[in-house]
Design a binder for this molecule. Structure first.
Ligand code: UDX
Ligand code: ADP
Length: 459
């Protein structure tokens, strides 16, 4: 089998950038990304590259270079499956919101639908690649569905977890620390390795068994999230002592065994992966009765929830124990800088908490739309949609957000926030003017010199 056509089911934050980079580096392979969401596909095909559904630095350039050449976006799922030798499954696997494993286990219904779709349509042998983050042993389930179709076709299932981080997806894909391929069939593994070998050095392409590959993805995310919760736990201790969490992070990060990355104390981690993957890990451990293992990892999430909660509690307490009727400017809504993704963003939970206390929110984010903010809040189901609309106003500029505000809460570490005219902002605000810096991006001395009452995490 030679790979001439690749199909990717799911045109999201993972499928879109990953396939664009594969297409760029493999001009001889036709890559088709398909999705059931016609609106999303239309946005990927929009001649104006500013309208792509996903914002990632550098992505629009690659799409401009490859789209219509060997990269295609389509809703014709069956046709793309039919013509491809290799099919990536890159659909969403949210945490279950119903039934057994509710709030813990991954909902695999979209994966199963894909597997059944492939089984129905395929007329020739296929390599099926799991790209979505999945619980360990999902490949087994996919295999079972595919192999029981009775079409007498060979399906080879591979696990190829994605390690890109949003906001740096393109550079992570172009220069990955490693590419991981898990599988049983050596030829299928070699075929996928070949696709990556077009730009990734061979020694960075790791081959493992299916389950090691699946578990490595969950483990990597659990370790990264654990680092954030660890430094956040220390940040609370710092706030009760004279220690400064930035100084502690620098001091421990210089230990080569610890390393400096992922030690930024924050308002709490967000994103589609960390919480979901740890919950998966906890669920799997519980299903094997590994109570201590489950409890150990669950604590990472408990700490993260605590960090989000105590940020809003501190803000309310500092504003003389009430924010009722007070304007609070929130800068940032995305779960991190350089992305328009808001899944599990700490900002959503802080906003919800402040709205419970009858605050009047004015939010500015350079890349997140009003519609997205409202739907994030509505999804929590805490109050009516109209109450959310009244309570949360979206500002078109940061200066509009801060006008007459009692306090500013920095939710996302967007670079542009650092270069604002903070003196001008101070003048616009009610006094005393408070800043709660959930990302530690501003300088305390500078802010105090302007006149702000400045509170950061762990200081
Ligand atoms: C993560 C993994 O990094 C990536 O390998 C995997 O493929 C998907 O999940 P992502 O969620 O896109 O990527 O972003 P990441 O940079 O890991 O940040 C996750 C969250 O942790 C963000 O909310 C970020 O602000 C927060 N964070 C990160 C901190 O609060 N402090 C840090 O030091 C690092
Ligand atoms: P991720 O961050 O994992 O990429 P996203 O939610 O951004 O997650 O993208 C997943 C995409 O998968 C969505 O655009 C969704 O419409 C698509 N999808 C889900 N199920 C199917 C399916 N059965 N067939 C085709 N596309 C699907």
């Amino acid at each position: 089998m030679t790979i001439k056509n690749i199909c990717c089911i799911g045109a999201g934050y993972v499928g879109g950038p990953t396939m664009a980079v594969i297409a760029k580096n493999n001009p001889n392979i036709k890559v088709t990304i398909v999705d059931i969401n016609a609106e999303r596909i239309a946005a990927w095909n929009d001649p104006d590259l500013n309208n792509l559904p996903i914002y990632e630095p550098g992505l629009a350039d690659i799409v401009a270079e490859t789209r219509g050449e060997n990269l295609f976006f389509s809703t014709a799922i069956d046709a793309a499956i039919d013509e491809s030798e290799m099919i990536f499954i890159s659909v969403n696997t949210p945490t279950k919101t119903y039934g057994k494993g509710k709030g813990m286990a991954a909902d695999l219904k979209y994966i199963e639908l894909c597997a059944r779709n492939i089984a129905d349509v395929a007329k020739t042998d296929k390599i099926v690649v799991e790209k979505s983050t999945l619980p360990v042993r999902t490949a087994e389930a996919i295999k079972s569905i595919l192999h029981n179709t009775g079409n007498a076709i060979n399906f080879h299932i591979l696990s190829n977890p994605e390690f890109l981080a949003e906001g740096t997806a393109v550079s992570d894909l172009l220069n990955p620390d490693r590419v991981l391929i898990g599988g049983e069939n050596e030829d299928a593994i070699a075929q996928l390795a070949n696709v990556y070998a077009a730009w990734v050095p061979e020694d960075k392409i790791l081959k493992t068994n299916l389950w090691s590959s699946e578990l490595s993805k969950l483990t990597a995310n659990a370790f990264l999230a654990q680092r954030v919760s660890s430094i956040n736990a220390i940040s609370e201790l710092c706030e009760h002592t004279e220690a400064n969490v930035n100084e502690v992070a620098k001091a421990i990060g210089m230990d080569s065994r610890i390393g400096p990355k992922f030690l930024n104390a924050s308002i709490g981690f967000g994103g589609s992966c960390f919480q979901k993957d740890i919950l998966n890990l906890v669920y799997i451990a519980k299903s094997y009765n590994l109570t201590e293992v489950a409890d150990y990892w669950e604590q990472v999430i408990i700490m993260n929830d605590h960090q989000k909660r105590r940020f809003s509690d501190r803000l309310i307490k500092t504003l003389y124990n009430t924010v009722s009727g007070k304007k609070i400017a929130m800068l940032g809504w995305a779960f991190k800088k350089d992305t328009n993704d808001t899944r599990e963003s700490a900002a959503i939970y802080v906003a919800d908490h402040l709205l419970n206390e009858q605050a009047e929110l004015s939010v500015y984010d350079p890349k997140v739309s009003k519609l997205k903010m409202q739907s994030d809040l509505n999804y929590l189901n805490t109050r009516s949609e109209s109450e959310n609309e009244t309570g949360l106003q979206t500002a078109h500029t940061p200066y509009e957000a801060v006008k007459e505000a009692h306090a500013i809460a920095i939710m996302t570490e967007w670079d542009e926030f650092k270069s604002y005219d903070w003196k001008a902002i101070y003048k616009e605000m009610k006094k005393p003017a408070f800043i709660f810096d959930g990302r530690n991006i501003l300088d305390k001395k500078e802010m105090n010199a302007i006149g702000f009452e400045y509170y950061a995490i762990g200081q």
